[in-house]
Ligand binder design. Structure first.
Ligand code: F6P
Length: 538
């Protein structure tokens, strides 16, 4: 278990604060001028990843001090605790073992006297058999027809991760149609169901708790559609479940052999590696799912074994702390130059903000420094035509992760070169900017000159990967998972609970019962006004 330790009280933090005073107005353009080979030094090559962090407001001294902070906080022991299954999710009294789901070693991992790798491997076999059966047509629906479509019902971690991966691996897809229902929105669901044939549709209800109102409501609705349209009261051949609450899934009507268990030591937002990823196994086949796991496993080994100076998740986490806690930049953007990664920002929003959006330290007291950053993003080049204006000329500074791939799948590389020239061109523009030589006399020479100026000096990371494959995707996702873990640890918060989200769920339930009784109880003035309006109009 991690000790309570205020990072802002460390010597390293104190030194960083002093160093920040030297760095605050330093321009990256000058840093490059004085050290043209920065990129040679400030990059890490690992597997098919190139991580270039030279376009940051840092010197060698900054990196030394940031890594001093990691050392002083004893990050290495924390990493060990994570992997060995210590109960670091203290507020829920749980281990945090999404890494065990992709552990290809045979070294046991013990939790409460049980080697968790045994149950994990057993469920992986169950998942493999099932996915192979559906894809080959051996596993069929109640009228003996092969499945053509799969509907994944779940929300948050039971939706975002699998949906993101299924979309990202579009180039590896088989012919199964994949659909995701997350929102409790009749219009969306009915629109989807109209297009599906219930006799050839397989439904996966994914809910770790099997008590999330939206998911259970949606599952009931789809079950009703199934029984009414097929006239078959028994839907067991068409409904499978993924849950840590096996009893509740069975009560819902899922056959016991079609319930894929998951466990308390896997958090929802880290669960795509578990049976929650069943939709991935179905969409791209189990072998590709396994490659995804292998990619993540290799990133786990990288985190565990690389020295801090060459450790990509550590470097990314500490750079982000530098901007968040010293420069005071509140947000970070990520821009993948790849259409198939369009769901990646949304997945990372949950992963990062649900984990590190915390204001209490590990002893329950308010923290006296900033924690979780605001994450946002969109695929490039689309993002360039949406919000890059603010990056280049706005008053706020947003550090950006640029994620790109050297090779596309297409044999025609014409578009890819255009895509990637934008990728490189944007980081160059953000670094160098463009300042008119005659700025002082601009008014007379060219009144538009000031508006055309770009100050540059905007920090970016470049993550350049050979190709988007199941394996590289696994590594990329795991990279960000580890960044989250490292930052939460350094910030002395608990990253693995989510009480903030749970309170909202409670309120929604009580408002729902007020709708049922048409009786609005006591609320603040605004909410009371709005509920009354809604009831009078619905
Ligand atoms: O959004 C809150 C949350 O608890 C997430 O952490 C989780 O991924 C999601 O709800 C869904 O929960 P469940 O899988 O239990 O339905």
């Amino acid at each position: 278990m991690f000790k309570n330790s205020n990072p802002s009280g460390t010597l390293a933090w104190h030194n960083l604060r002093n160093h920040f005073e030297e760095m605050e107005y330093v321009k990256m353009q000058d840093l490059f001028e004085n050290q043209p080979d920065r990129a040679e030094k400030m990059h890490v090559s690992w597997n098919d990843f190139l991580f270039d962090y030279s376009k940051n407001k840092i010197t060698d001294k900054t990196m030394e001090l940031l890594l001093d902070l990691a050392r002083e906080m004893d990050l290495s022991s924390a990493i060990q605790s994570l992997f060995q299954g210590d109960k670091i999710n203290v507020t829920e009294d749980r281990a945090v073992l999404h890494t065990a789901l992709r552990d290809f070693s045979d070294t046991p991992i013990w939790v409460d006297g049980k080697n968790v790798l045994e149950e994990i491997k057993a469920v992986q076999l169950q998942l493999k058999d099932f996915a192979n059966g559906v894809i080959s047509g051996a596993y069929r629906g109640c009228t003996d027809r092969a499945f053509t479509d799969v509907v994944n019902i779940g929300i948050g971690g039971s939706d975002l991760g699998p949906q993101m991966v299924v979309r990202a691996l579009e180039s590896y897809r088989n012919s199964l149609g994949m659909h995701f229902i997350s929102n409790v929105d009749d219009d969306h669901i009915e629109c989807l169901l109209q297009k599906l044939d219930p006799e050839t549709t397989l439904v996966i209800v994914v809910s770790k708790t099997f008590s999330t109102q939206e998911t259970i409501q949606n599952a009931r609705k789809v079950k009703k559609w199934f029984t009414q349209t097929t006239g078959q009261p028994d839907c067991s051949a068409h409904f499978v479940a993924v849950s840590a609450n096996v009893d509740e899934a069975a009560r819902f009507g899922v056959a016991p052999e079609n319930i894929f268990p998951m466990w308390d030591y896997v958090g929802g937002r880290f669960s795509l590696w578990s049976a929650v990823g069943l939709s991935i196994g179905l969409a791209v086949g189990y072998d590709n799912f396994e490659k995804l796991l292998k990619g993540a496993y290799e990133m786990d080994l990288h985190l565990k074994t690389e020295p801090l100076e060459k450790n990509i998740p550590v470097l990314m986490a500490m750079l982000s702390i530098w901007y968040n806690n010293f420069y005071g930049y509140q947000t970070e953007a990520l821009v993948p130059y790849c259409q198939f990664l369009e769901k990646f920002p949304a997945h990372l929003q949950q992963l990062i903000m649900e984990s590190n959006g915390k204001n209490r330290n590990r002893e329950g007291y308010p923290v006296n420094y900033q924690t979780g950053t605001i994450i946002w993003g969109e695929v490039g080049v689309n993002a360039q035509h949406a919000f890059f204006q603010l990056f280049h000329q706005g008053t706020k500074i947003v550090p950006v992760d640029f994620i790109g791939f050297v090779k596309p799948f297409s044999k025609d590389k014409e578009n890819h070169d255009i895509l990637m020239s934008n990728f490189f061109g944007q980081t160059e523009a953000l670094l160098n900017g463009k300042v008119g030589a005659n700025y002082q006399s601009a008014a007379s020479d060219d009144q538009l000159q000031p508006y055309k100026e770009f100050g540059g000096n905007k920090p970016t990371n470049t993550i350049l990967i050979d190709q988007l494959t199941p394996k590289s995707l696994g590594s990329l996702i795991a990279l960000y998972e580890h960044k989250v873990f490292i930052q939460g640890f350094i910030w002395n918060i608990f990253s693995f609970d989510q009480f903030g989200v749970e309170y909202g769920k409670k309120l929604a339930r009580s408002i729902q019962s007020e709708f049922e009784s048409e009786n609005i109880s006591k609320h603040d003035g605004s909410t009371h006004f709005l509920l009354t309006y809604y009831l009078s109009k619905r």
